[in-house]
Design a protein around this ligand. Structure first.
Ligand code: GAL
Ligand code: MG
Length: 970
């Protein structure tokens, strides 16, 4: 450690936000820089006060050392800090990484201004060059730049040392719900500019084509120097009025160094998330002889953001915000994410109907905003401030005032030119205090073109005009509360939830109900699902270490390769930790979509269908800005008898919000039972985020309701049951018994249901046979399932019918068991069946309160693909509204089941108890046969791990449940 730093102890000095750091700006130097990424000499010290030794290893930059085979491993905590010290203090044991390398400073940079940029370092960065202290920076998710002109000699190598102290006063305001890491997590760059250079460029581009570009040179602009700009080759005029005023005012003209360019673009193509039209802006600083001293490139989107009344308008339109919260995350590299990975995240979000991102909870990698501009997303850009554990103490602590204003202002200075950024967020979960108001004040003055939001302020009153939030942006507010606010007559601000529908494990029940309310209620405009990623880190089981970059390719379709698993809190032996709460995204750690994404895609469908009885169907354009010409369609008619008819669909020419009636594409065939018409909507041509032919939505209407009633004649056989009254059947290794329980989902666990179920004894009721009655071809079996909280009488009547066995069941749920997981039958087949084919909702997983996106049709999937490998094993793989199914082996043997009514079923390789007993997938041993559940009722999933439980309509009622099915051998 270098003396000046250890004397200052900047890691326990919140007032010190930086030293020697250049101001943030929106001029991007990535293109002209020398990239210093790669292996650096590295040593990890136990504290910043320990002397650097000769024991160097190496570490890859950018990357967290916590993922690179050091003894300092990742730790996950949600609210609580990982150490007990009160802000601004930190523990004495404070891992400190020292990175060092020789950097060749090009000889041709002589006479130029040389700048070092460190993309991101957490949480304190100390910079030395050739032993001389150069700078300090905090703010772990924004770049820090230091001028090295006077420290290095072009043509000679310089020794750059970057010391990164893990714990600091700043950790207390970086207490986001995520893994704790240490390291340099974004690229390190070195670049040179002319001593006189473009210090900043501020672009304002409005939807009427008005363009203003303010260029700061910062420093006296010597005589004859000038700035020009062009927009896609069109020259931009100087602001003559400004120039004149400048010239008249001697105090200003000499040192202001500003140039203002103005233009009005006729017939401008406006930017929206649906139509991300960008123009290329180039700004040049010229020497008196016309040569170019500096250039800055920008992409400009012409658009307006405004709040009118209680509506947030984009280009005058009240748009729905179909958002997600996204962390910078990768299962191998933590917070270091490549351009390709970010692009893949955003492409996937586009394909699943999202149009907005909240950069929870810090400014993301700069490339993310470029991609959001280009692919079309509305971004809520959030400052790196979360003091969750000490929220109350810090929000008004003047020692942290600098840090708040610094972090918010630096984010705004960096990202102000992105059309995608429509709202600034002051941070997350940091209570509300004067430090927030100070930051908000800075933003409102500096950038009056965008609203400011902050959940902690909005919480003081959704309509309160005096708090630092222009948006009512609650988290996890129940639907009814949002609707009530919108109907109260008191709403003054747009209501857009900053977090809702918590995606932990098998979750997101009632998402469609949220959206039904949002679309039907003026004043409600959407929200951001919590969250995009399951932050599982790929871990070697053998030594418990993160796989790191060597883990590339060691996972597929959400499943870690043998010998590996997805680690969550506690898996690195860390104390304290908050377990699987880190796995709460709509994608698995390798970006495999969870089934909720299909639900979301349909909820966000740009094309909607309505049934006009026999006359036809109504097609609606549900977008805000686009016609339907980018889409194409195909009709599918699914009949219960197994037929699927298809026909090309002609999408009408509809403007946003318009509808048109079209005749039925098919004559409804006689017979065939219930009939479902689906419009398979795909991209007509390549979109930047989807090749032509990508499914966009699958809206569906039911054309005929009558299910096929098959009454099978009773056969002249008997059905065999054993001494316990259990069905004996050659295809079953476990006879159908009553099931009231499921392997608790994360919602069930954290919402308290699972504990109640265990107290009630639902997981292992004692079955007591009461009576067996035989009558002709039928056997009736009455049993009691004795739980700690009550007795459930269960009756099964097995009747031999032509080709199979009819099973009629009933269960009487006492009042004491008023919220069970399910009521239904479970059985287990012999080994052999590998394919499930069904008529019902699908093909992806669906549950009673998450089934809007699963159209009814004929579906088939291998048994092993039915199951979703949620990080912590839990109830998974359900299919809703199933009418009949077959379960077959490759040689076509197997069984078929016809259900008396559409039911929830599941088929997988695990008993509920197998899943409930495992903490990770590598502990599970699949059974040879299939475990089949047929449910008369199945509890909704809700989102109770954080937020509302499911609605009462999706609970399993007490009283008598009846269900029936026919089992046949194929
Ligand atoms: C919110 C918080 C998020 C995350 C989420 C639960 O309260 O803002 O960071 O913790 O809850 O997963
Ligand atoms: Mg938090």
């Amino acid at each position: 450690m270098t003396a000046p730093f250890s004397w200052l102890r900047p890691w326990e000095a919140p007032e010190v936000t930086s030293w020697g750091r250049l101001p943030m700006c929106a001029v991007d130097r990535r293109r002209q820089a020398v990239v210093l990424d790669g292996e650096w000499r590295f040593q990890l010290l136990p504290s910043p006060e320990t002397a650097v030794s000769d024991a160097w290893g190496s570490s890859y930059v950018p990357g967290a050392w916590t993922l690179q085979d050091t003894d300092d491993l990742p730790q996950y905590t949600n609210v609580r800090m990982p150490f007990p010290e009160f802000p601004p203090h930190v523990p004495a044991a404070n891992p400190t990484g020292v990175y060092e390398r020789a950097v060749d400073v090009p000889g041709e940079w002589a006479g130029r201004r040389i700048v070092l940029q460190v993309g991101a370092a957490e949480s304190v960065l100390l910079v030395e060059v050739d032993g001389r202290p150069v700078g300090i920076s905090k703010d772990s998710h924004l770049a820090a730049e230091f001028e090295l002109t006077d420290v290095v000699r072009p043509g000679s190598p310089a020794r750059v040392r970057l010391t990164v102290v893990k714990w600091s006063d700043a950790s207390h305001i970086e207490d986001q719900d995520q893994w704790w890491h240490g390291g340099i997590t974004r690229s390190v760059l070195l670049y040179a500019t002319d001593p006189l250079h473009l210090a900043d460029v501020t672009v304002r581009a409005r939807r009427d084509g008005d363009l203003r570009v303010d260029c700061a040179v910062r420093g006296p602009l010597p005589d004859g120097w000038y700035v020009t700009g062009d927009l896609d080759g069109q020259f931009l005029a100087q602001d003559a009025e400004f120039d004149r005023a400048n010239a008249e005012d001697e105090r200003v003209s000499g040192f202001l160094g500003e140039a203002r360019l103005r233009a009005t673009v006729p017939g401008v193509r406006t930017w929206t998330a649906e139509t991300p039209e960008l123009y290329g802006l180039t700004v040049r600083l010229h020497r008196p002889d016309g040569t170019v001293a500096d250039t800055s490139h920008h992409r400009v989107g012409f658009r307006d953001v405004e709040i009118v009344g209680r509506d947030l308008l984009i280009n005058g339109e009240r748009v729905f915000i179909r958002g997600v919260n996204r962390h910078d995350f990768h299962p191998l590299t933590g917070r270091t994410v490549s351009y390709d990975d970010m692009r893949a995240d955003l492409v996937l979000l586009k394909r699943f109907g999202f149009n907005a991102i909240r950069t929870a909870h810090y400014p993301n990698d700069p490339a993310l905003y470029d991609l959001a501009d280009e692919l079309g997303f509305y971004v809520v850009d959030e400052a790196d401030i979360e003091s969750h554990d000490h929220a109350h103490e810090i929000a008004d602590d003047p020692r942290y005032l600098n840090a708040f204003v610094d972090r918010v202002s630096r984010m705004v200075l960096r990202d102000k030119n992105h059309p995608s950024v429509i709202i600034w967020s002051l941070g997350n979960e940091s209570d509300y205090g004067a430090n927030h108001d100070a930051a908000a004040g800075w933003v409102r003055r500096h950038d009056p073109t965008r609203p400011v939001q902050y959940e902690g302020a909005a919480k003081r009153g959704w309509a309160d005009p005096d708090v630092a939030s222009d948006i009512a942006c609650p988290m996890y507010a129940p639907i009814e509360e949002c609707v009530a606010h919108a109907l109260s007559g008191k709403q003054t601000k747009p209501l857009i939830q900053c977090e809702y529908s918590h995606a932990m494990g098998n979750s997101n029940g009632t998402l469609a109900d949220h959206w039904a309310a949002i679309e039907a209620t003026p004043g409600l405009q959407g929200g951001f699902i919590w969250e995009f990623w399951d932050h599982g880190i790929l871990q070697r089981v053998s030594d418990g270490r993160p796989a790191g970059r060597a883990g590339a390719g060691l996972y597929e379709r959400g499943v870690a390769a043998p010998g590996h698993r997805w680690a969550y809190g506690g898996d690195f032996g860390e104390v304290p930790h908050d377990g699987a709460f880190i796995a709460d995204g709509v994608v698995l750690p390798d970006r495999t979509p969870k089934p909720v994404l299909y639900e979301h895609r349909e909820i966000a469908a740009p094309v909607r269908l309505q049934c006009l009885r026999h006359e036809g169907v109504v097609i609606g354009n549900h977008q805000h800005f686009r016609g339907l010409d980018w889409l194409t369609g195909e009709w599918r008619l699914s009949l219960a008898d197994g037929r699927t008819l298809t026909a090309p669909a002609e999408l009408p020419d509809l403007r946003p919000g318009e509808t048109a009636a079209v005749p039925l594409p098919f004559e409804l065939p006689e017979g065939g039972g219930e009939a479902w018409l689906t419009l398979r909507v795909t991209t007509a041509r390549d979109e930047p985020w989807a090749p032509a032919g990508t499914v966009v939505c699958l809206p569906q209407v039911r054309l005929r309701a009558t299910p096929v009633q098959r009454t099978l004649p009773v056969a002249d056989r008997t059905v065999e049951v054993d001494a316990d009254g259990l069905l004996v059947h050659p295809l079953l290794v476990a006879a159908p018994t009553l099931s009231l329980w499921r392997a608790p989902t994360d919602n069930d666990e954290l919402g308290g249901m699972a504990g109640r179920w265990r107290d009630w004894g639902l997981d292992a009721p004692v079955r007591e046979l009461v009576a067996v009655r035989r009558a002709g071809s039928s056997v009736g079996v009455l049993a009691e399932y004795v739980c700690a909280a009550g007795v459930v009488r269960h009756e099964q009547v097995f009747t031999a019918v032509e080709g199979g066995i009819r099973v009629e069941e009933s269960a009487e749920l006492p009042e004491t068991l008023n919220d069970v997981a399910r009521v239904g039958s479970v059985f287990e087949t012999v080994a052999g069946p590998t394919l499930l084919e069904w008529f019902g909702q699908g093909p992806w997983e669906s549950y009673p309160d998450r089934s809007t996106g699963a159209p009814v049709g004929h579906h088939s999937l291998p048994v092993d693909e039915l199951f979703t490998p949620y990080l912590r094993p839990q109830e998974s793989g359900g299919r809703h509204g199933v009418r009949h199914f077959t379960l077959s082996a490759p040689d076509a043997t197997g069984l078929a089941v016809e259900l008396a009514r559409p039911s929830q079923i599941s088929v997988n390789r695990y008993r509920a108890a197998d899943l409930a007993a495992a903490a990770h997938h590598d502990e599970l041993r699949p059974r040879a046969g299939c475990v089949v559940h047929i449910d008369a009722a199945h509890r909704g999933l809700g989102t109770a791990s954080c937020g509302p439980d499911t609605s009462p309509a999706y609970l399993v009622p007490t009283g008598t449940h009846r269900w029936g099915w026919v089992l046949r051998v194929l």
